[in-house]
Ligand binder design. Sequence first.
Ligand code: NAP
Ligand code: MG
Length: 399
Amino acid sequence: MLTPLVEMDGDEMTRILWKMIKDELLLPFVDLKTEYYDLGLPEREKTKDKVTFDSAYATQKYGVAVKCATITPNKQRVEEYNLTEMWKSPNGTIRAILDGTVFRAPIIIDSIKPVVKNWKKPITIARHAYGDVYKASEMRIEGEGKAELVFTDKNGNETREVIYDFECPGVLQGQYNKDSSIESFAHSCFKYAIDTKQDLWFSTKDTISKKYDQTFKLLFQDIFEKNYKAKFDELGIEYFYTLIDDAVARVIRSEGGYIWACKNYDGDVMSDMVSTAFGSLAMMTSVLVSPDGKYEYEAAHGTVTRHYYKYLKGEETSTNPMATIYAWSGALRKRGELDGLGDLVDFANKLEEACIKTLDDGIMTKDLVGLVSEGFKATAVNSADFIKAIRERLEASLA
Ligand code: NAP
Ligand code: MG
């Protein structure tokens, strides 16, 4: 390796898996170079969360990071870890600094069939995680009166638009978004489509929302034509805009194999639908892509607290390490591509192949065994044995 990966360690069960993955699947095979940041809650407390900020700045500097799941503290965690403050979500902090979009895609295997039977390839959801209803101001209206949108510019000039003349009680909501955020979202989506050589779909409700959603549509179209169309043509991939309801119908009828970019609310809802239909949260990969092309790979699931408490009691756990292994393989592949290291790209591919082969051979963690379709056999093993089985297959393919 030439450039270090930014390594962000985490909490609980995923921290245990993190070490197992490094010891069994990475260090014996790769001359691994990382810049290590411990985002485990004790270290965040010790550094007053500086370590999280530093890890995000390091990602800006080096370009590729791999992150373990971390605890987002709540009241109970403040007591459990004796925290001086309820530290913010590390993912939120990192996303704000990198200004990125999160892309989530399932890992698909033959023996677990998606609920939607014609889905054959992964559907990647890109959610615009800024603004709209998540940053809205709301009012409960108790009786008659006129509701208006008022914008006051820097010179004090007002622009007004009547929302509704209330004759009875009701509700009112004001939402916003920013061109700069929508543009960042668009750049991240087009870059990731080129990177993964997949079509990009984007959907809003611009026929009804003629200024708000229309702005999303026009900014995407403009950025596509000015910056990315030539590259899309060269790769033979497509940018496709459609209405959200039409998109939903097309997604269900499709084979998969594309990226679906969604506004904030649509992405919240659709990502849960798509991941549930594909099978398991433990098989969802996640990557944060910034508009200037920085990458942070992680698993979509959390720190699997319930399993960790069992582990602490000395009980055997069968926690699925797939998404965390894919975070590593994704980051190593990207590093290899950026630095022109064919061997590293090849290793990342072989590591993923060894994982799939292990599952195809019917060796699985407990969470997956119950999902296996009729006609396939599967045995549940613990996490350590599952990782050992992957290692055997990896060694065979590297030999
Ligand atoms: P979680 O860690 O994703 O686990 C929820 C449940 O899903 C588990 O109890 C387990 O079900 C199942 N599960 C998730 N991942 C699994 C895996 N790899 N293998 C097997 N089963 C898996 O969510 P949570 O319990 O709500 O959150 C725990 C902590 O994670 C919280 O402190 C939260 O702040 C944090 N979190 C972090 C991130 C992140 O860093 N990106 C994301 C989400 C949550 P069973 O118990 O039924 O086996
Ligand atoms: Mg949600």
